[in-house]
Design a protein around this ligand. Structure first.
Ligand SMILES: [Fe+2]
Ligand SMILES: [Fe+2]
Length: 212
């Protein structure tokens, strides 16, 4: 069987749908690889900054890595602007939808809301409300999102920063998207992990010196 027999879904039988399920599983397994390709495509988007969107994504992830952040945070930092390609007006929600089945809830929430939190840095220059993030003030992840934006997002537009390359982060992306979708062990509802870990950061810095 290479294709289903039906032309309308209501006419499909068990054989058709089992065949499709197998196909979809195989396709879904390559999500991580497709996202890495999409990240490279980000390179062409949104000119005007001193660095490209890919450069900004790599720089955010590199800062997260150097802060001792865990894999969920690093992948969140790398992919937080992936929605820029197809959803320029709600890129944060778009990225969160991609990440939600695989990442810790805390990280997905932060990616989903980062657009509102970023406004604190610029909206007033355009006559807008810079405090839209305040509607989330009582949320348990409010401080995490504020820290994400301060340390990794708004800071990562520097053309002179030495970003780690995409190849460095690729295995992390592959591992995260190889998780079972919506696995409670991955989503870890309600769990809060600090963005930074000084001991891990020192270890990684020492590793880097050793390599140099
Ligand atoms: Fe963004
Ligand atoms: Fe960003």
């Amino acid at each position: 069987m290479e294709k289903v027999k039906f032309t309308q879904m209501k006419d499909g039988d068990r054989e058709d749908y089992e065949f499709l399920t197998a196909h979809e599983t195989e396709y879904a397994a390559k999500t991580g690889a497709r996202l890495l390709t999409a990240l490279v495509e980000l390179d062409a988007s949104l000119s005007g900054y001193q660095i490209t969107r890919l450069g900004h994504s790599l720089q955010s992830a590199t800062r997260a890595w150097r802060d001792g952040a865990d894999e969920d945070w690093v992948v969140a930092a790398l992919l937080h602007d992936i929605g820029d390609i197809y959803a320029p007006y709600n890129h944060d929600e778009y990225a969160a939808a991609i990440l939600r089945p695989f990442l810790r809830e805390q990280c997905t929430w932060v990616v989903e809301k980062h657009g509102d939190f970023q406004r604190v840095y610029y909206a007033h220059h355009l006559g807008g409300d810079r405090n839209t993030r305040e509607k989330f003030r009582d949320h348990p992840y409010y401080d995490d999102c504020a820290e994400f934006c301060e340390r990794w997002d708004q800071a990562s537009f520097d053309p002179d920063y030495d970003d780690l390359p995409l190849e460095f982060f690729a295995p992390m992306v592959e591992r995260v998207f190889a998780r079972k979708a919506y696995d409670p062990e991955a989503v870890r509802e309600g769990a809060r992990v600090a963005l930074t870990d000084a001991a891990v950061a020192a270890e990684r810095a020492a590793q880097k010196q050793g390599e140099a």
